[in-house]
Design a binder for this molecule. Sequence first.
Ligand code: SF4
Length: 331
Amino acid sequence: MAASAAIATSKEGPEVMLELVGLRKYFSFGRRVVLKAVDDVSFTVRRGEVFGLVGESGCGKTTVGRTIVGLYKPTGGKIIFGGEDTSALRGAALKRFKRRVQMIFQDPYASLNPRMTVGDIIGEAIDIHGLASSRKERLERIHELLRVVGLNAEHAVRFPHEFSGGQRQRIGIARALAVDPEFLVADEPISALDVSVQAQIVNLLSRLQRERNLTYIFIAHDLSMVRHLSDNVGVMYLGHLVEKASSEDLYKNPLHPYTKGLLSAIPIPDPRLERERQRIILQGEVFSPINPPPGCRFRSRCKYAMKVCSEKEPVLKEVAPGHWLACYLEM
Ligand code: SF4
């Protein structure tokens, strides 16, 4: 998505808003069992960019999102936001970070408190950050946010169960926007919705991104969902980033066998082409993220696996300008 002209730019492009440096998030169960949900993940997101983070369920993409917004504490590595290491933020600086970075959750049913009215769900964030000086201003702000996401001011007095899935996701988006954030982590915001409303929510997020000059990480399990929204895409497999490129480059020229498999699962709208094309079916057992074996974590499903693939883990390298890959095939 093209960044607006208002964005501060340098010779390399807009400023870097977020930088992950070797991010790790492990979960321990007892003394010996360690689940390596996110293992040495690095990428940057520039202001005004939409960065799509894609991979199958359990690949660690949601954990990356939750760790960025501070719901999980990193096990290692750094999260640098606006030039500051977020682990060092305290007091007012931490509160400011929490206002600048918001999350939209996957499940619009579970993420809204059923006992609160929509007005109070949205108003809670306004109260925490002291963004309204009177009850009237608070209410006006809530009504305006509801209108921005395509709902009505009258919806403020109703409860979440009175809404459809798509409307609840709109309420979740209004809640995230209540504090005027600059950066949104959207965690599979459409996967729990009917296909008929998925496009509406994608269009809403796209419009908001343009109008408010927002920066997104858009998390999805399916490459088709991020295709039209993302500027750059990172593909994750079992806690690792295995490929990263501009959206256009990744769709035209996927290099990692896993990315090729994910792309092959997207149906082509032309029935003739769809009938003729060869699908890549990803077969084989997926390694457990608990103490995974050495080497490439995808090798149990990769038809190109070589001796070296089981000996040493491939590291992410830039194999063409802006195109990063962790695979021995291109090295
Ligand atoms: Fe396949 Fe080896 Fe590449 Fe892994 S490193 S994706 S096993 S070829």
